[in-house]
Every structure is written in structure tokens, then in C-alpha cells.
Design a protein around this ligand. Structure first.
Ligand code: ADP
Ligand code: MG
Length: 247
């Protein structure tokens, strides 16, 4: 589902260049929930940005859903991301002056894709808001929500179009441990129910422990990945995927 080979990326040029990724390779089977940990500055967010098509590699290859996103142009990437990738980054694209419902609905308004589940966009939105415990908050303005509620709204929005891939960058930052556990449990359950492949950055061992696999990074490299050979859990409704290895 996600395959990344020798991903190399630096910022800046010449003397002041900073290497953010120094040859990262990682394969994540469909439906797996991966936690990504490592010291600040080791390249975790950069890796998620690359996977989400929000930034480009200098060297290396990235395949999402068997599509080589390292070869896509900006326009193609935008369309691809809209349909295939759910993004839960700190306040990424959430609009404070829209209602919770409008925020969650937005990717559906921007996409030509049919709403998953067969109902209307609004029905899907309200069902997801119920699932993340925000059913009663649909008409509130986003800025009226607490931190944990905002995270859950971001999660609902990321899942609206049932993306095969979900990327979350510290989705539990600023939350206490009980609220963190709730958000991650929700992420895991919603992911399993949808057969979604999840990569989540976290600083919390406790949160990481809820994932199927823990990948550790340091200095722009993967330094520990004991779960590299672990098969994906039996996904409840994993779509028949085209994950046959390419020659
Ligand atoms: N847009 C940017 N411009 C310049 N340097 C950056 C940029 N983004 C990240 N970096 C640098 O790349 C390295 C990796 O950053 P990042 O991926 O954000 O690490 P992490 O998420 O693990 O804390 C750091 O040294 C950081 O300062
Ligand atoms: Mg980061």
C-alpha cells in the first residue's frame, strides 16, 4: 500500500543545507497501523509530507496504492491526494470560521468522487461526526471546540472519502493521556473498519503502543523497525487491493 525507497531530502543549499531524510525505506501493507517515533528534527514530519504529496523528494521513490507519486506533477498530486490520502496534521486546512459540519464536508465538496456508503454527503458527514462523538457539535463553529474535539473533527474530515491512506502528525499533541488514548482508539477502529493504512507520528510511547508496528527514526533514517515483516492485521473490510508486487 505504501512503499518508499531510499527517500532523500534536504532543505536549503550548500553549507547551510540540512539533510532531513537520508535514505529512508519503508513498506507498509494495506490496513496496517504504523507509529513513527524519533527525536525532534529527525525527519518524521518531512516523511509524512512526502507520503502525502505535500513535498517532493530529491532522490528515491514513493508508491501509494501502487502509484509512483514521486513522478507526479503538482496538479496530478493534488487530485491524487484529495482522493487517496487523509491528512490529520495540526490544524491542516481546518477553517475556524466554518462550522464543524462544513469543515468535515469540505473534501467531499472538492471531489468528484462518489460519497462512500451510498448516502448523501451530508448523511456521511453526520454519521462520521457521530462516530467521533461530535454529533451534537455539527452546527458549532470550529473555533468553539476544545483541542481534543478539534482533533476528532480533523479525523472525521480525513476519513470522509474513505482514503486508503491516512497520515497523522502528532494527532494527540496537547491532549492528556485519556483523551489521547480515545483519539488513537478511534483512529485505529475507524481505520480497521475502512481497511485504511495509517502512519502516525507520536512522541508518546503509550500512544505508539496502540499501533500494529513501531518504526523509529533518527537523523533522517529508520533505525529500528522490528515489525518490518509483520503482516497486516485481518482488515475487516479491506478493499480488494492491487497490492501485488510489481516486478
Ligand atoms: N521547510 C523547511 N525548511 C528548512 N528546514 C526544514 C524544513 N522542514 C524541516 N526542516 C529541517 O529538516 C529536519 C527534519 O525536520 P522534521 O521532518 O520537521 O523533523 P521532526 O518532524 O522529526 O521533528 C530538521 O532539521 C528541520 O529543521
Ligand atoms: Mg514534526
Amino acid at each position: 500500500m505504501i512503499r518508499i525507497y531510499n527517500a532523500t531530502k534536504s532543505y536549503g543549499e550548500g553549507e547551510s543545507a540540512v539533510a532531513a531524510l537520508r535514505g529512508v525505506s519503508l513498506e507498509v501493507p494495506a490496513g496496517q497501523f504504523v507509529a513513527l517515533m524519533g527525536p525532534s528534527g529527525c525527519g518524521k514530519s518531512t516523511l509524512l509530507h512526502i507520503l502525502g504529496g505535500l513535498d517532493t523528494l530529491e532522490k528515491g521513490e514513493v508508491y501509494l496504492d501502487e502509484r509512483p507519486i514521486h513522478r507526479m506533477g503538482e496538479h496530478e498530486l493534488t487530485l491524487f491526494r484529495r482522493e487517496k490520502v487523509g491528512i490529520v496534521f495540526q490544524s491542516f486546512n481546518l477553517l475556524p470560521t466554518l462550522t464543524v459540519e462544513e469543515n468535515v464536508m469540505l473534501p467531499g465538496l472538492l471531489s468528484n468522487k462518489d460519497v462512500p456508503g451510498g448516502g448523501t454527503l451530508r448523511e456521511r458527514t453526520l454519521a462520521l461526526l457521530d462516530e467521533v462523538g461530535l454529533g451534537k457539535r455539527a452546527r458549532h463553529m470550529l473555533h468553539q471546540l476544545s483541542g481534543g474535539e478539534t482533533q476528532r473533527a480533523a479525523l472525521a474530515r480525513a476519513l470522509l472519502l474513505k482514503p486508503p491512506v491516512l497520515l497523522a502528525d502528532e494527532p494527540t499533541g496537547n491532549l492528556d493521556s485519556e483523551a489521547s488514548a480515545n483519539v488513537v482508539r478511534m483512529l485505529r477502529e475507524l481505520g480497521r473498519n475502512n481497511g485504511t493504512t495509517i502512519v502516525m507520528v507520536t512522541h508518546s510511547r503509550e500512544v505508539a503502543g496502540m499501533a500494529d508496528r513501531l518504526v523509529q527514526m533518527r537523523d533522517g533514517k529508520v533505525v529500528d523497525d522490528p515489525g518490518a515483516d509483520t503482516p497486516a492485521p485481518e482488515a475487516v473490510s479491506a478493499p480488494a487491493s492491487s497490492s501485488a508486487p510489481t516486478a
